[in-house]
Ligand binder design. Structure first.
Ligand code: BTN
Length: 249
């Protein structure tokens, strides 16, 4: 299997997606390119795909690095018709969509990491502009090894299954699923939450996290109907909207 993106294969398998994909051999961050393209008015569902990112970034300002030819680094541009107050729900919807698209058993770690067998396989960075939501997805597809100093143990489809995967096929499946889930952030959000909770990697586990500068420890009960993390602490059940890295105790 070639290590290069095959635009012809993408066009054969998913002509609609291929026609709205902006491909870069190299860019700083697909989220930045997506932001620029969104400002220029590209349509809903446009995709920025890069072979190499020189400044790929994750949440909390962390770097996102993936060996060239071995992963998927892309940013989906959505122009939601829903009220902007609902846009943050894309974070949970996108993580769930990616998890559902993978053909192997996977879980979601709040807010939107995807884990396989207790290791991170995908990270998502959702950013909003005035006119669009950008869903940046970094998925380890055929990655053979990872640096030992990562904040979390990482894995890839290749390491989990012992075989190479077509990045084009994986990309098509995940964009389709993320777009489907992203349409459900309004009336159908209870369905997103229910499915999310069945895949919640931390459910019934004791975790530690930092909330507004304060350390908290508790047992995860899942996510609330609004998408907050529900943490049972000695003070009672807390609904957490934002937290720094959540670690298993
Ligand atoms: C995280 O786990 O902290 C989120 C990682 C998100 C990485 C992806 S790769 C494509 C897109 N472009 C970026 O610069 N980041 C996201």
């Amino acid at each position: 299997m070639s290590n290069d993106w095959d635009g012809g294969l993408l066009a054969d398998l998913a002509p609609g997606l291929a026609s709205r994909t902006f491909f870069f051999d190299e860019c700083a961050s697909t989220n930045d390119e997506a932001r620029d393209l969104a400002a220029k008015g590209v349509p809903h569902g446009s995709l920025v795909l890069a072979e190499k990112q020189t400044k790929g970034r994750g949440r909390r300002g962390q770097a996102w690095v993936c060996p060239v030819g071995e992963g998927i680094a892309c940013s989906l541009i959505l122009r939601p018709v829903m009220a902007p107050a609902l846009w943050s729900r894309h974070s949970l919807a996108a993580g769930l969509g990616v998890a559902e698209a993978l053909e192997i058993s996977s879980e979601v770690k709040w807010p939107n990491d995807i884990w396989v067998a207790g290791q991170k396989i995908c990270g998502i960075l959702v950013e909003a502009t005035r006119e669009a939501v950008i869903i940046g997805i970094g998925l380890n597809v055929n990655v053979r090894s990872f640096p030992s100093d990562l904040a979390f143990p990482a894995t890839s489809l290749l390491l989990e299954t012992g075989r190479m995967w077509s990045r084009e096929e994986v990309l098509i499946a995940l964009i389709e699923r993320v777009m489907t889930r992203s349409r459900q952030i309004d009336q159908e959000f209870p369905n997103v939450i229910e499915s999310w909770n069945t895949r919640c990697a931390l459910r019934h586990k004791t975790v530690r996290c930092i909330v507004s500068g304060r350390a908290k420890q508790g047992v995860v009960e899942g996510v609330s109907p609004a998408g907050e993390l529900l943490l049972r602490t000695p003070e009672g059940l807390e609904a957490i909207l934002q937290a720094d890295e959540i670690r298993l105790v």
